[in-house]
Design a protein around this ligand. Sequence first.
Ligand SMILES: [Zn+2]
Length: 218
Amino acid sequence: MASKNTFSQFFSRDKTFRPKKRFEPGTMKFNLHKQANASLNSGIDLKEVVKLPPGEDMNDWIAVHVVDFFNRINLLYGTVCEYCTEQTCPTMSGGPKYEYHWCDGQTYKKPTALPAPNYIALLMEWVEAQINDENIFPVKVGVPFPKTFLPTVKKVLSRLFRVFVHVYIHHFDKMVALGAEAHVNTCYKHFYYFVTEYNLVDKKELEPLRDMTAKICH
Ligand SMILES: [Zn+2]
């Protein structure tokens, strides 16, 4: 099984798509992040590693995973982004049955069809803004998580899932050619087990990858 280390080493030659979000060393979240990654390195069952360690806070556990998934999906898309253009991917689709339209309530007030690279750029910028917003993701010890935390996390993870959908359906041959298949699958499985363990993404959002998921997630 691929470990987090080899995953990072594998992609380290590549630019990240967006800047990597870092945890401040010495903070509780940094320690939890280390703990979550240490269990990945040991190569144990990904279904088990998503479980909340005894004595830890559920919201903290979710927060560090959201940030880690953002970073990893960022790296993952970074490896194929030069092959994902307005010409190759004029729509943000996940196969013939699914097409995503971007809506942020501000610049795009109505759901708008966009080429995949534009959609993904807006998506990653939006996720980054959420995880950097201390009113949603508090960083100081003793500052409680707001009521908006879980609804925001669900939206963030549902949107990040769409990047997997696009990469798997439209750029998987490139991932295979780069020898990244196992890394992508490990990243996907970890994400899938996490979001299903805590009901963070609606079943209907997971539909586009249902067959593939049935094959790799047992
Ligand atoms: Zn594409």
